[in-house]
Design a protein around this ligand. Structure first.
Ligand code: C2O
Length: 607
């Protein structure tokens, strides 16, 4: 937490509210109108403006005095009303759960070092939690958001304020509902600007734009999921992918549901791309324009230029695009990457990059996307991602490892007499399918409540096998439990995630809460502990919070466990999370006075 004393916080709040729209304009010139809509302090702002000049000057003077010795951190306040709204896409209208009636939801703007307060008031019929995906939440799991991991949900009619600092991170992240499948419609971008006076480590763009990929179902998403669970089968796949909530003109009734971005010849644009889809890894390309990747998951990368990007659910990718082609209209397009014969929603969503002055009657050209099963593109693209690793932004890769973990990823079956095949699908880590507790794990850990979870999650699979050999279907003996791994404070951890052929191989985007990690190695086939570590990249591996484990392959990540608390780790395919492809790390408190989990906030929702 910042070392601000209470009067200082109060003053900064007021200053922030009265300057919010201004800062929005500076950084989001291209979105002026939108910026005003998303400035949630707006009602507060007006009341502040109505204050008489005298009190404002007094506040300012007092503010400078009170804050003179403090950091320059500001407070950014947002109000999220969870509310149901009717939305129509693909000729189907349905009520969806939204934040403030927006789909996608509002963007959170902050600056590195800021404190952010988001008050969430739940007016929907579902219980709700919001996760700030990729924010480290140092000692502050109470603001992380995964339901029953760090908090009990906000019940209908109740509120909870997520209160967190943005420390040591800058770039693009996002937020989403972290309960049921509600993140299908409850999600939005987080933009963290670098500290005042610190430029980007790449050419300053003229404008920027958030680009969020999502999935749309014509039916009610919670019903779709419920049906799947009742049958023990995967729920119906989505009916469309979307770009900023819109599928684009290749879908019926979608002419008016097409996102268009106007560009000016000669200008450079920063696109903050977020994959908020539930179940699909996606390729993305822009006709006629290449992209320069400069940042992923709020960590700067060595810039590289590419015709297409690959982005898994949970990941963000920030790219520079130059509007330097013959002025016209160009499609931006996204569609899934899937290199196993598993059915997916393979339809292409489009948006339009439109040069200023070009009439809407000009037909845009489609970009060339990699083939849906282009494994080679996926592997080589991921190889190109490297930490910037500059003196200012070093890659502090743990070189020595205290704790080695090896987790196998598998699918499995459980008997289910009421299901269609008498079985239901589940998913497991080290052959353990995670069972959600009834109270938050973080509370149980903090208050030392027994009987909620066990800390006996195994460091490696009980019996090694040929992980990626012929498909294993019989006798999987998958067990179920709320089992987590205890990690010593500040120890360095290496985790190898190994995909297996339990039922089928498939690629899995793994997300760790509370941390970034370094992706030190990856490969196809079985991980070889004797040979593979020699090939690790310990110099400039990409640092991120979500990584795709390749189909029938493995990925090795490293991190320093310096953030005490209970941190969820799971596959970011909602389908697999729901089936139990998840666990958590309990990172113990450190010895220092500021190395322990903070006390819970007083408004933490009860179960
Ligand atoms: Cu973006 Cu636990 O999720």
């Amino acid at each position: 937490m910042p070392s601000l004393h209470p009067p200082c916080i109060f003053i900064l709040e007021k200053l922030q509210l009265s300057s919010h729209s201004h800062s929005t304009d500076i950084f989001h010139k291209g979105k002026k109108r939108k910026g005003k809509k998303t400035a949630f302090g707006s009602t507060d702002m007006m009341s502040i403006r109505r204050r008489n000049l005298f009190s404002r000057i007094t506040l300012l003077l007092f503010g400078f005095l009170a804050c003179f010795t403090s950091s320059e951190a500001a407070i950014k306040k947002y109000q999220f009303y969870i509310q149901v709204k009717n939305v129509s896409r693909l000729c189907h209208a349905k009520p969806i759960v939204t934040v403030n009636g927006m789909y996608p939801g509002p963007t959170i703007y902050a600056r590195e070092g800021d404190r952010v307060l988001v008050n969430v008031t739940n007016h929907a019929q579902y219980n709700m939690t919001i996760h700030w995906h990729g924010l480290k939440q140092y000692r502050n799991g109470w603001a992380d958001g995964p339901a029953y991991i760090t908090q009990c949900p906000i019940q209908t009619g109740n509120s909870y304020t997520y209160d967190f600092n943005v420390t040591g991170q800058r770039g693009t992240l996002w937020w989403h509902a972290h309960i049921l499948w509600l993140r299908a419609t409850v999600y939005g971008a987080i933009v963290i600007m670098p500290k005042q006076g610190t430029p980007f480590p790449f050419p300053q763009p003229d404008r920027e734009q958030t680009i969020l990929f999502g999935e749309w179902w014509n039916s009610d998403v919670e019903e779709v999921e419920k049906q799947g669970n009742q049958m023990g089968l995967p729920p119906n796949m989505s009916d469309a992918h979307t770009i900023n909530g819109k599928p684009g003109p290749l879908f019926p009734c979608s002419e008016k549901h097409t996102f268009a971005m106007e560009v000016e010849l000669g200008k450079t644009y920063l696109l903050r791309i977020i994959n908020a889809a539930l179940n699909d890894e996606l390729f993305f390309a822009i006709a006629g324009h290449s992209m320069t990747v400069v940042e992923v998951d709020a960590v700067y990368t060595k810039p590289f230029t590419t015709e297409a990007i690959l982005i898994t659910p949970g990941q963000t990718t920030t790219v520079l695009v130059q509007a330097n082609r013959v002025p016209g209209r160009y499609f931006m397009a996204t569609r899934p990457f899937i290199d196993v014969p598993i059915p997916v929603d393979n339809k292409t969503a489009t948006a339009i990059l439109q040069y200023k002055g070009i009439p809407n009657t000009v037909m845009p050209a489609l970009p060339q996307l990699p083939a849906p099963n282009d494994t080679a593109f996926a592997l080589s693209y991921n190889q190109k991602l490297r930490s910037l690793n500059s003196p200012q932004f070093p890659a502090n890769v743990p070189l020595k490892v205290d704790r080695k973990l090896f987790y196998t990823i598998g699918l499995g079956k459980d008997s289910c007499p009421t299901c269609i095949n008498g079985t239901r699908l589940l998913a497991s880590l080290n052959n353990i399918s995670f069972v959600m507790p009834k109270v938050g794990l973080l509370q149980a850990h903090y208050f030392n409540t027994k009987g909620v979870f066990t800390t006996d999650f195994p460091d490696k699979p009980p019996t090694p096998f040929n992980y990626t050999g012929a498909p294993l279907t019989a006798n999987l003996k998958t067990s179920q439990g709320t089992r987590v791994s205890k990690i010593a404070f500040n120890s360095t951890v290496e985790l190898v995630l190994q995909d297996t052929n339990l039922l089928t191989v498939e690629s899995h985007p793994f997300h760790l809460h509370g941390y970034n990690f370094f992706v030190v190695g990856t490969g196809v086939g079985n991980f070889d502990p004797a040979k593979d570590p020699a090939k690790y990249n310990l110099a400039d591996p990409v640092e991120r919070n979500t990584v795709g484990v390749p189909t029938g392959g493995w990925t090795a990540i490293r991190f320093r466990a310096d953030n005490p608390g209970v941190w969820f780790m799971h596959c970011h395919l909602e389908l697999h999370t729901g089936w139990g492809l998840k666990t958590a790390f309990v990172v113990e408190d450190g010895p220092g006075p500021d190395q322990a989990v903070l006390p819970p906030p007083s408004d933490l929702p009860p179960c």
